[in-house]
Design a protein. Structure first.
Length: 272
């Protein structure tokens, strides 16, 4: 139940950002749940309850087509559109929608939901609106991916993960954190990273000043076996910047090589 509530909050936030960015009068969407499939769970700007709770089947209507294909779909005039089926014409007409865009929310190559934006006039959806809808879906994907990582980390299998698995998950979480737009979600993610650092043992005093968050991000990437170029891509930095952070971390840790820095950081409790 808590997972559903958190998902609804994330979906609601994505739709609000979409409406603000585009000025579309109506935005709505839903997430897939194992037990009940995809239902329209959040609406913003609707004047009737016709769409709320509507179950969307893969391949049916515009959203079902988007769900089945895993790519954005749009129609300029929903009632007369020839390339979709028309099972949902009743609710769509009740809300007075004509031009509609549907964008999939894809996490780990699986469609997890659909975001919709709509006009009450039969007008083509412009490129700016299309880009904003895709961006809102990407933000939601990141939020869901982070929540999945945290849930998996806090609920390990009965046999328990190996330390290497924990360290790999830690590195992935550190890489995701800077990319999360929502500050509250980003802080929660970094708090989980802090718990993993604590789990490594009581932090020892470092030979130099405390590592900065970015220095820790780079060391976590190096610990996973990433090259400077790979770490730069993952963290959204330039390779030269990664080298700078790595040199600074090595100096603070009194290390002469990359792996010495990783070992020293683990001994100090900076990395799990």
């Amino acid at each position: 139940m808590r997972e559903r509530v958190e998902s609804s909050v994330e979906l609601r936030g994505a739709l609000l950002r979409l409406r603000r960015a585009t000025g579309l009068p109506v935005v709505f969407g839903g997430l897939l749940h194992e037990t009940r499939g995809l239902r329209i769970g959040e609406l913003n700007g609707a004047v009737t309850p016709a769409l709320h709770g509507l179950a969307i089947s893969a391949g049916s209507g515009l959203g079902g087509k988007c769900l089945a294909l895993g790519r954005p779909c749009a129609v300029t005039d929903y009632p007369s559109a020839r390339h979709i089926t028309h099972e949902y014409d009743g609710p769509v007409s009740a809300e007075g929608l004509r031009s509609v865009i549907a964008v999939p929310v894809v996490v780990r190559r699986k469609v997890r939901g659909v975001l919709y934006g709509a006009l009450r006039d039969a007008l083509p959806v412009g490129e700016r609106v299309f880009d904003a809808a895709v961006a809102a879906a990407r933000d939601l994907e990141q939020a869901l991916a982070v929540r999945d990582e945290v849930r998996e980390l806090l609920a390990p299998p009965p046999s328990g993960p190996s330390w290497e698995e924990v360290r790999q998950a830690y590195g992935e979480l550190r890489e995701l954190a800077p990319k999360v737009a929502d500050p509250e979600l980003r802080e929660r993610l970094l708090a989980v990273c802090g718990r993993l650092e604590t789990a490594a043992g009581s932090p020892a005093s470092l030979p130099g000043a405390t590592l900065t968050p970015r220095e820790t991000d780079v060391l976590a990437a190096v610990a996973s076996g990433a090259t400077n170029a790979t770490a730069a891509t993952r963290l959204g930095l330039r390779p030269e910047t990664v080298k700078g952070y790595l040199r600074s971390a090595m100096r603070k840790l009194g290390a002469h090589t990359r792996m010495e820095a990783v070992v020293a950081a683990r001994r100090a409790g900076v990395l799990p």
